[in-house]
Design a protein around this ligand. Structure first.
Ligand SMILES: C[S@@+](CC[C@H](N)C(=O)[O-])C[C@H]1O[C@@H](n2cnc3c(N)ncnc32)[C@H](O)[C@@H]1O
Length: 334
């Protein structure tokens, strides 16, 4: 396995300067997939006219958003400002979704600060034209915490709808093992419990996902340089459940391009944005890399290997900052 990772790009100003000239998009620009399927815009999620340029007259049936969480690990703002900003990109999203559409939002809850911004976001959404459908929890393998509190191992995912979008029960896809015994019932004079009664060893995905591996540097899908990459398996589950083939999926916080890759693999189209040219470039390269090699990421290599092979500063031992230790995104730092 290669040992040529990039450090967190948001925390490496020197490296950012070196990589920016290799980015195809400048702020405001949009990349068109030569195969005519996807679009990537270097755009602000809350900028309605910019997102309208990304969409043209097309409408999406599924939005999957994973904004920065307003936690110390990223950039903390006053919660009122943060929620006002969320309301803006939610309204921009509403404007470009079809009448029947699903919206998923990943968001964190700071247990040291009133569970913001998740709690505030949920209340804000009551005033928007989306109906809540589910509150999903994805369990991380690695957590953070001290001996004085429960280990934090969850990621929160909100599911909303407008109109009546599709929802495919995905019984055939999950490999979630049956783990809970109990629920005893008499069958043919014998007392049985639920694990004995069911024919399948696995269950369909409910709103607690315990079967999704966090991304880390040994996995092929790993995109080093990114600090908040979501597992492809989780995004594929959402795409399968809440869209049909050839429909359009949007994601205004692309980062490592997981939603775009899931759309590519599952025969959907993806129109995605990030306001950072570096993450737009990574998104485009991840798609190209997948098309040319069949690979999902670079494992412990990186997307800019042609431009920078292994500069010495990339190999400084990486000690965890406080923010990394407490971040709910912190599963990536290895
Ligand atoms: C949590 S990450 C998304 C991770 C992504 N789901 C993945 O799997 O790689 C958030 C991304 O939002 C981008 N971002 C932050 N503010 C933005 C804004 N106003 N408009 C668009 N993108 C923004 C950041 O550059 C970052 O790449």
């Amino acid at each position: 396995m290669k040992n040529n990772p990039l450090p967190r790009l948001d925390e490496s100003p020197e490296l950012r300067e070196r990589l920016l000239p290799h980015c195809r998009l400048k702020p405001g620009e949009i990349w068109e997939d030569p195969e005519g399927r996807h679009r990537v815009g270097c755009l602000d999620a809350a900028d309605g006219p910019a997102i309208a340029r990304l969409m043209r007259d097309d409408r999406a049936t599924l939005a999957i958003h994973d904004p920065p969480y307003n936690l110390v690990a990223f950039e903390t703002r006053d919660i009122r400002d943060y929620i006002a900003w969320c309301r803006r990109w939610i309204q921009v999203t509403d404007a470009v979704l079809a009448p029947d559409a699903a919206l998923y939002v990943w968001l964190g809850a700071d247990q040291n600060d009133g569970f913001q911004p998740l709690a505030d976001f949920m209340v804000m959404m009551r005033g928007e034209p989306f109906a809540p459908r589910s509150f999903i929890t994805m369990r991380n393998q690695r957590g953070y915490g001290t001996q004085k509190n429960w280990m934090a191992v969850r990621q929160e995912l909100l599911y909303y709808v407008k109109g009546k979008p599709v929802f495919h029960v995905e019984a055939e896809y999950t490999d979630i093992p049956k783990i809970l015994r109990g629920y005893y019932k008499e069958v043919g004079g014998q007392m049985t419990e639920n694990l004995q009664r069911g024919r399948a060893d696995t269950i369909r995905a409910g709103n607690v996902w315990v079967d999704v591996q966090q991304v880390f540097y040994r996995m092929q899908e790993n995109v080093s340089g990114c600090y908040a990459q979501k597992p492809l398996k989780a995004i594929e589950r959402i795409v399968r459940a809440s869209s049909r083939k050839r429909e359009i999926v949007i994601d205004f916080f692309s980062h490592s391009g997981t939603t775009l890759l899931a759309a590519e693999l599952l025969d959907r189209r993806c129109f995605t944005a990030d306001n950072d040219p570096l993450f737009c470039e990574i998104t485009i390269r991840r798609l190209e890399h997948s098309r040319t090699t069949g690979k999902l990421g670079w494992q412990n290599g990186h997307p800019f290997e042609n431009e920078i092979s292994s500069p010495h500063f990339l190999h400084k031992p990486h000690s965890k900052s406080r923010s990394e230790r407490i971040s709910s995104h912190s599963f990536l730092f290895s």
